[in-house]
Design a protein around this ligand. Structure first.
Ligand SMILES: NC(=O)c1ccc[n+]([C@@H]2O[C@H](COP(=O)([O-])OP(=O)(O)OC[C@H]3O[C@@H](n4cnc5c(N)ncnc54)[C@H](OP(=O)(O)O)[C@@H]3O)[C@@H](O)[C@H]2O)c1
Length: 270
């Protein structure tokens, strides 16, 4: 077991998950800093660490994890710098932004000591740390950032900085848009007076098929079959507020199926 030392700024969902995962791997947490002292104290107690001010948190830490919202990464890291040890690494967890999120920090800290580690996973509650092994992580910075990811079971990969926004858009679609889509399923289930839970096995199996076969091969249903009458019946049944999402994604299904079918194209014009 290693006895390397870690400090955390921002004991929220992601910071808590990473800290618990590293602590479970034998890292010693030397400080937790947050805006809300009670929240910082709750995590600190779980990893037997002191609560420290942001200006003190980095003392004796080999790695400082900055797990704040993206908009405050620069300011939070600037506040950490006075106690930052020689050679310590600072890592943020943002998906939307790479090393450039450190902004003016780069003028005072060597870039070789700055990293970004974005766990491509949704992290919340107590089981955030348990969701890390097997998930992927976009890493930027020195090779040690990838080692850190591997240590907690993440599979590291790199994204070209100019493709970062595309990468993060894909991540938002993979998670947030999927959830928004589930919201539409929930509304339609309620309107049809059937339980939302009934759609759970279908949704889970569909995701397994996508992972196993790829999106195109996993596609089934009326659009894939070119069943125009069924699609028209769906559209006639849908409340006006539900039609846009249905039409947009049915067109995406048509694109995925590679169906150049004029009758289908016409009905999907809406
Ligand atoms: N949640 C995820 O699924 C997930 C996954 C991958 C990456 N990330 C990344 O992780 C980072 C944090 O996201 P999150 O979801 O964990 O957010 P979060 O749960 O809201 O936690 C943010 C933490 O930052 C603290 N904070 C906010 N403003 C601060 C400031 N000015 N100075 C010091 N601390 C401040 C908050 O303090 P309080 O406790 O006082 O509110 C909180 O502890 C983001 O970069 C996000 O992109 C999140």
């Amino acid at each position: 077991m290693s006895q390397r030392t870690l400090a955390l700024v921002g004991p929220g969902r992601a910071g808590t998950a990473i800290t618990l995962a590293l602590a479970a791997r034998g890292w010693r947490v030397v400080g937790v800093a947050g805006r809300d002292e009670a929240r910082a104290a709750a995590l600190a107690a779980r990893v037997d660490a002191p609560v420290r001010s942001i200006g003190e948190v980095a003392r004796d830490a080999e790695v400082v994890v900055v797990a704040t919202p993206d908009s405050v990464i620069e300011a939070a890291t600037l506040a950490v710098i006075p106690a930052l040890g020689e050679g310590a690494l600072v890592v943020h967890l943002s998906g939307a932004r790479g090393i450039e999120a450190f902004g003016a920090v780069r003028e005072v800290v060597d870039e070789a000591r700055l990293g970004a580690l974005h766990p491509l996973q949704t992290l919340s509650g107590d089981d955030g740390a348990a969701r890390l092994p097997g998930a992927y992580a976009a890493v930027e910075g020195p090779p040690f950032v990838a080692e850190l990811a591997r240590e907690i079971g993440l599979v590291p990969f790199r994204v070209e900085p100019e493709r970062r926004a595309l990468y993060h858009a894909a991540a938002a679609i993979a998670s947030n848009h999927l959830v928004a889509l589930a919201g539409q399923v929930e509304r339609l289930a309620a309107a049809a007076e059937v339980p939302f839970a009934a759609f759970g096995p279908l949704m889970r199996t569909t995701l397994d098929a996508v992972a196993g076969l790829g999106p195109a091969a996993a596609l089934t249903g009326p659009v894939a079959r070119g069943d125009v009458a069924t699609v028209a019946a769906h559209l006639a049944a849908l409340a006006p507020a539900e039609r846009d999402a249905y039409l947009t994604l049915a067109r995406e299904a048509q694109r995925l199926a590679g169906r150049d079918d004029p009758a289908l194209t016409e009905v999907l014009r809406g």
